[in-house]
Ligand binder design. Structure first.
Ligand SMILES: *Cc1c(COP(=O)(O)O)cnc(C)c1O
Length: 429
């Protein structure tokens, strides 16, 4: 196999793998043309202009059709989408929302922006929320749960939906990292009450920024539209979705979380590439994992309950000891096979702004609500999250991987794992 690159040996590759920006790396002339059209029409706003191209409308229609859900709205970001979702559901001050302890900070931050307070549920070996831990954080002040399929890895939606039904709370699916994901053949983001999507740079499809919201519920959708557009419900949207003209009493103060036509133009082209992207990543993921498992029968992968539904943009390798994960991480990166710990190995509640419940408001609002059961965050409150984050190395998979790239990832993992662990068993240092 040769000496490890980290010890002065020859690396498996001489240059890095394609960057981990699936949508951005697939950008091309199609996006250029689409944006040009909007600019040439001098109509970058979705609701009026000289010659509106209706790119946001088109995106919404494509998403609704492909996701098999009646209502989709393009918005400015997924963070905005979570805030909008909570507002539409009427969840806010005095309410608690269950958030997984392993997720991007936006999931928790958006809950606080909506004036509710997050309570954190632990994860299992999938790094997704553990349905068996939900009862622990449940009380009658909890109004919703946000399920987050991490890096394309499906949630156990049957258990989550059963729990929500039992307690009569809402389910939001935050599929920001997992566009195209399925659970038991159904699109995640359409199983709960509301699904939220991200088109930020790091996500599977991107326009740099952008988001979307999906729901099956007409009344919720009306509230979603209103909140994202200053409380108004414009004729264009009303006609498009055939929603009855709403009276003034159903109005409320909103925000501007609208999507621009330029974003819409890019995302229409990106959305057309989704199948191609995830077909490529799924194929590479399966090929790599099968090959690695064959050569390293003792290797442990991050748990996945639905391999068919996984979008394939990454997989995880798990170690018994944190130090082994660190050794593997450093050695594999030195071979020019990129891999990483996620979220700096910290559960989301360990990030300062969340842990110390810091907001911009007076009197510690919204944490100052006199909850019957106060909300406190403590170190190690979700022991599995702390455990698995220290021991999981994520290997990202790009749709741009060539056969050689796939081969190098396999060679790199086998070389590093074999050299570090196979001869003496697991290292204990
Ligand atoms: C990226 C991300 C968000 C936020 O998306 P933006 O579009 O950047 O606001 C929310 N939730 C999760 C799980 C994410 O990964």
């Amino acid at each position: 196999m040769g000496k490890l690159a980290i010890e002065g040996g020859c690396p498996v590759r001489n240059h890095p793998l394609p960057p981990d920006y699936p949508g951005a790396t697939m950008m091309g002339e199609e996006e250029v043309e689409a944006v040009n059209k909007v600019i040439k029409a001098q109509s970058p706003f979705r609701f009026y202009g000289e010659n509106v191209q209706h790119t946001v409308d088109q995106l919404e229609e494509m998403m609704a059709k492909d996701l098999e859900v009646p209502y989709v709205l393009g918005v400015s970001s997924c963070t905005a989408a979570i805030v909008i979702a909570l507002k539409a559901l009427g969840v806010g001050y005095g309410d608690k929302v269950i958030v997984p302890s392993v997720t991007f900070i936006a999931t928790a931050g958006a809950v606080i922006s909506a004036n509710a307070v997050p309570v954190f549920v632990d994860v299992d070996a999938s790094l997704n929320l553990d349905p068996n831990d939900l009862e622990r954080v449940m009380d009658d002040e909890v109004k919703a749960i946000i399920a987050v399929p991490l890096s394309g890895n499906p949630n156990d939606m049957d258990s989550i939906m059963a729990f929500a039904k039992k307690h009569n709370i809402y389910v939001i699916e935050d599929v920001a990292q997992s566009c195209g994901i399925k659970y038991k053949g159904r699109h995640q983001g359409t199983i709960g009450d509301i699904g939220v999507f991200s088109f930020q740079m790091n996500k599977i499809l991107t326009a740099g920024e952008g988001g979307a919201i999906a729901t099956k519920d007409k009344n919720l959708f009306e509230r979603i539209v209103r909140y994202h557009d200053q409380g108004s419900f414009r004729a264009g949207i009303k006609n498009k979705f055939d929603i009855e003209s709403s009276d003034i009493q159903s109005s409320f103060a909103g925000q501007n979380y609208r999507m621009s036509e330029i974003t819409g133009a890019i995302l229409v082209e990106q959305w057309k590439k989704l199948d191609r992207i995830i077909n490529a990543t799924k194929k590479s993921r399966k090929y790599i994992m099968d090959a690695v498992a064959e050569k390293l029968p003792n290797i442990k992968f991050q748990k996945c309950i639905d391999d068919e539904g996984h979008v394939g943009i990454a997989f995880g390798i798990q170690f018994e000891k944190p130090n082994d994960a660190k050794l593997f991480h450093d050695a594999l990166n030195s071979e020019n096979v990129g891999c990483r710990f996620i979220y700096r190995r910290k559960p989301v509640y360990r990030f300062d702004q969340i842990f110390h419940q810091r907001t911009t408001e007076k009197d510690n609002f919204p944490f100052n609500y006199p909850f019957k059961k106060p909300v406190l965050y403590t170190e190690n409150m979700c022991p599995n999250a702390e455990y698995y984050l220290q021991r999981t190395i994520q290997v990202p998979i790009s749709p741009m991987f060539t056969d050689q790239d796939v081969h190098d990832v396999i060679t790199g993992i086998v070389k590093v794992y074999d050299t570090l662990f196979s001869k003496t068993g697991e290292k204990t240092s």
